[in-house]
Design a protein. Sequence first.
Length: 430
Amino acid sequence: MVPRTYSHFVPHLNKVGTAVSGGDDADLAARSSLSRLRTALTVFFALDGFMFAGWVVRIPAIKDQTGASESDLGLALLGVSAGAVVTMVFTGRLCQRFGSHPVTVVSAVLLSLSIVLPPQAHSAPALGLVLLVFGAAYGSLNVSMNSAAVDLVAALRRPVISSFHAAFSLGGMVGAGLGGLVAGGLSPTVHLLLLTGVGLLVTAVTGPVLLRRRAPVPLPVPVAVSGPGAEAGAAHTPRGRGRGTRRVVLLFGVIALCTAYGEGAMADWSALHLTEDLDASPGLAAAGYSLFALAMTAGRLSGTVLLERLGQNRALVLGGLTAALGMLLGALAPTAWAALTGFAVAGLGLANIFPVAVGRAGALAGPGGVATASTLGYGGMLLGPPAIGFLADWFSLPLALTTVALLAAAAAVIAHAARHVSAEPAPQQP
């Protein structure tokens, strides 16, 4: 049986090996460089969450400014999703051509500049158009910084991918908190203009760290082999676009979709479920998603230790099963406090599945794999809220929320089934 440690799934990088062979001083310099790179990427993840949360808390004010109805606003908000999904597909190619580090920096600048556009719109159609630009920058930054993170994870040979996503969650919590504090005293234009300044300043300070150092170039990716001789070790295939590689990347993309579906559903429907089905007070209902998000952040902060101890496959399977049990409790519990407990358990279970799925896809297929898995995952986040709404109309909201548990369990089943799947080698260039 092939050992399923973390290093089995990520490429070994010749830059690290070269540095180590050069002596203690070279080893120390290489580790210091990787540490600075990790810090810089963590800042960009936090900035992404901070900026997006700052925009989200101003949606009600911008809705009033544009005079949009709920349905008009919903259509306008699709601009964020449409811009992000379309750009995600092309960002992988840009990262392959120009490198993930420069694309990350440029995307952060574009996100910082575009966040001030929504308050300038005075109609729902105009808002939808500017949100296309904002969504494009947001999607580009997500793919490029995740691509850079995948290469860094491989260089460090530690499963630290969840720590980056924890920074995103923390940035979102800070952005939402500060946005709520200033919402009563600052107009959306002033608030988001300040965010533009923060984004440009952070990018100016942190961006040079990425621009001075190219992303590590991976050697062939180790993949699992089954059958006779599997005990001898792992087979190595280069990153590529073979049919087997695409098939495995799609599997991880589906895992990301299944879990992101739950995140989207929780964001939009948890408070309503607590209020209408369990007679919770408005304050207690508002705590539902906050508790879910806090549990997810805590799970991601401890994700490195968890992945090192369990390995990625076990972490994916156990995470999916934990989330499924938590959401069943959250959806079907007879009291609000039991439902809150279920939401927290679900957050812990879902915490590391999306980061690991995107990381595995990137380790196999580079930026293109990150783009594919991210696009599918983002699609799941978009699919969740409307799907829950339709099912709630047809059946009931508690029953509709059980679909989150079903998809989390499906993610666990797919991860378990994919534990022995290997990618076909990419065609070798003459």
